[in-house]
Design a protein around this ligand. Structure first.
Ligand SMILES: [Zn+2]
Length: 246
């Protein structure tokens, strides 16, 4: 159902190619890094003039990462509109479709880096990305993927930040995006879990019995009474009137 395309070259070129291909959505994958090894939150950057769809997609993705890895949300509700002092805006501003830039975890944070380097962590991130796309672009067909730093014509050796414990930001972003592409291209809405089964009402008869008891001993029992029937004790005539409602 989804057709995922990786775009390479300089950032503006990638975006123009995605426009040409009429992508439904465009996403660039990075990881965050900071001098402080304790920095660790989930963040999505959107362009300065991002649409509501970009923003809600970004918030959803950041939230899923925050929940999935139990890390705080960065930015405002998970998104930073326009990037860090404009940095990040250029990665998205040429797109004509909803577009976001991911900064899910901090590769400078030892715990985060461990997740990023593990295949379980990579699969979790890939599933979150795929889920956010399926949720936001249910009918979407072509999705543009861009690996931050890697494959730029201007700086072919750029791989982004060093990952604590070994490796580079861009190489791990590529692994995650390849896995997300696999999930999306094998996704079949018709094969998803059917809607929840609603059990038939259990045939439990209500107990509306009416009894006449004398000295603890049952003298009379009437069982054919519905909850909606009118049961009125007439004090004067000393008659219990049961009126069936239909
Ligand atoms: Zn980066």
């Amino acid at each position: 159902m989804y057709d995922v395309r990786f775009y390479k070259g300089n950032y503006s070129w990638r975006q123009k190619q995605a426009n040409r291909d009429k992508c439904t959505a465009y996403v660039e994958h990075h990881f965050n890094a900071a001098v402080n090894p304790n920095s660790g939150y989930s963040l999505v950057v959107t362009g300065k003039l991002a649409s509501d769809t970009s923003k809600s997609w970004g918030r959803l993705y950041a939230k899923l990462v925050a929940e999935g890895f139990k890390v705080p949300l960065g930015g405002t509700g998970g998104i930073l509109v326009g990037g860090y002092n404009g940095r990040g805006n250029g990665n998205l501003k040429h797109t004509k479709m909803p577009a976001i830039l991911l900064e899910p975890l901090f590769v400078s944070n030892p715990q985060h880096a461990e997740w990023v380097r593990s295949s379980a962590g990579q699969e979790k991130l890939a599933k979150i990305l795929a889920d956010s796309i399926i949720e936001t672009f249910a009918d979407g067909s072509r999705i543009g993927f861009s690996i931050g730093h890697k494959y730029k014509t201007s700086r072919p050796r750029d791989r982004g930040a060093a990952v604590n414990g070994g490796g580079a930001e861009a190489d791990y972003a590529e692994i995650v995006m390849e896995k997300a592409k696999h999930i999306l291209e094998n996704y079949d809405a018709s094969k998803q879990a059917p809607p929840p089964v609603v059990d038939n009402e259990e045939d439990v008869l209500p107990d509306n019995d009416i009894r006449v008891i004398k000295d603890g001993k049952e003298l009379w029992l009437h069982v054919d009474v519905d909850e909606d029937d009118d049961v009125v004790w007439d004090e004067e005539s000393r008659i219990l009137n049961i009126t069936t409602t239909q």
